[in-house]
Design a protein. Sequence first.
Length: 349
Amino acid sequence: MNFASDNVYGVHPKVLGALAAANEGTAPSYGGDVYTAQAEEKLKEVFGCDLRAFLVTSGTAANGLALSALTPGYGAVICHAEAHIAVDECNSPELFTGGAKILGLPAQGGKITPALVEKTLKGFIRGEHDPKPKAVSLTNATELGTCYAPHEVKAMSELIRPRGMKLHMDGARIANALAGLGVTPAELTWKAGVDALSFGATKNGAMMLEAVIFFDLPLAEDFAYRRMRGGQLMSKSRYLGAQMLAYLEDELWLENARRANRLALRLRDGLRQAAAIRIPNPVEANEVFAIMPRGLYDRLLAAGAKFYDWMPDSLGDAIAPDEVFARFVLSFATPEEDVDDFLRLVAKG
Ligand SMILES: Cc1ncc(COP(=O)(O)O)c(C=O)c1O
């Protein structure tokens, strides 16, 4: 019963198989191989547009490197207060951007709104004494298991574009967002005004694979240098390309995400039956957050379940001192019976 994260699970067998197949013979190094080239072509097909895609090995690297193309060191990137770039990456975005300010705004449900961003931008009145607002970063699906719909992404883009700012999307769980929203990759990204996307695959079936995707092509200029300098140009890049091809083939990525999301809804429905549990946010992807008494939390952990006591910052008074804000993450590989076994434990109280 492991709901600690989606990255506690392994690699999808089709991705592993593709790695073994790519292991035959020799291949040009540093991205000159056919797998890497085909992966970029496949991503163009998936997103239905021209784009530039750069494969990297972690979401943290994808975010920091992507943002480095969007802002100089004197810039500011506005995001949610609990965004991964703000609180989970040990200042890596600041390092890669050469010092840009990552400005996290507290907001309900893991989502910032154009109104909140507009209000924040009004505070930048001191010229060069403030950092220059250069980008907004939206995490989709969010850190709280909610999603930005295409119209919400578009509204943000429409606010910031006339101000010369760029829109980044942290898509560590974009497959889950797409599956939850039932929209196309194009609708959620470039058609809604996203300029650069950190396209996650690791959490949803790959081994170690993310892509930095630029829809705004001039942003990709010199990105190869940024990636190299960041230590993210793999000499054996064929293994990244092969993972990406298998991940996208026959919509494996979306199938995996749909399964994880379906299990999240099953868990949510079961948890809702327990009188002592409240679910404060809509479950729109593969994560469930539940407020529960600490006693119950401790008993569930003692019974062998694995899940986290998450940060309750965004909940304010909605959580009592003897309660826990528990996070459950469902994966493409979470056994269905684990959800049922866990719900039986919850029902026992
Ligand atoms: C929303 C989000 N972005 C980025 C990352 C970073 O990914 P990685 O752990 O591969 O660096 C994570 C990982 O948990 C995440 O949840």
